[in-house]
Design a binder for this molecule. Structure first.
Ligand code: GTP
Ligand code: MG
Length: 192
């Protein structure tokens, strides 16, 4: 995919603030600090479009980006950040749940996990949830540059087993590994 434009559109806390037109959306989901913003930036080939941070849990709203004026990326709030106050945590997941349950424009959900770690109970819940609502989704294992080939192979096998899923896309925002593969999955979902 050739990126001709990528613009931040808006942040939304409530459904009333979601864009109203019907262009398709790709959602990015995963636990806080997993590397969602970095992945989006590396896909688009721009630095700092989606804000990245070393402080987990900074992205609290749904953030909409318009790509090539044809489709949108949606950065959903990260879940499971242990140190967030309970009230804040509830607001995050309510915003993301609402979006996943209702959004007709959503054509693909990209569930990002850290290739170093075992999936959390929130990761498993999210998979159940996506299956329940029959949302097309794929799993992307990011930060793969932080592992040796052996560790990576072992962890990917574990992911496939725990999620009972097909091969996740192995990704690295640092090296760009997986970028071509992920784009082709995104393009396919936009063609439906
Ligand atoms: P929140 O929005 O705060 O929940 O975080 P996020 O999921 O958007 O994560 P973010 O992209 O901000 O990345 C978190 C940290 O991980 C940052 O310090 C990134 O530089 C680092 N990071 C993200 N992706 C990669 C990767 O593929 N490789 C390496 N080595 N570091 C990464
Ligand atoms: Mg982020």
């Amino acid at each position: 995919m050739k990126i001709t434009s990528a613009e931040f559109l808006k942040s939304a806390f409530d459904e009333a603030d979601w864009p109203r037109d019907s262009i398709p959306e790709i959602a990015f989901l995963g636990r806080s600090n997993v590397g969602k913003s970095s992945l989006m930036n590396s896909l688009l080939g721009v630095r700092g479009l989606a804000r990245t941070s070393s402080t987990p849990g900074r992205t609290q709203a749904l953030n909409f980006f318009v790509i090539n004026r044809k489709f949108r990326f949606v950065d959903l709030p990260g879940y499971g950040y242990a140190r967030a106050p309970k009230a804040v945590k509830q607001k995050w997941s309510a915003a993301a749940d609402d979006y996943l349950a209702k959004r007709e424009q959503l054509v693909l959900s990209i569930h990002i996990v850290d290739s170093r770690h075992e999936p959390t109970k929130h990761d498993l819940q999210l998979q159940d949830w996506l299956k329940h609502y029959q949302r097309p989704n794929l799993i992307v294992a990011t930060k793969s540059d932080k592992l040796s080939n052996n560790e990576l192979r072992r962890n990917i096998a574990r992911l496939i087993q725990v999620f009972a899923s097909t091969d996740p896309i192995i990704y690295s925002a640092t090296s760009g590994r997986g970028r071509v593969e992920l784009w082709s999955a995104i393009e396919k979902s936009l063609k439906h």
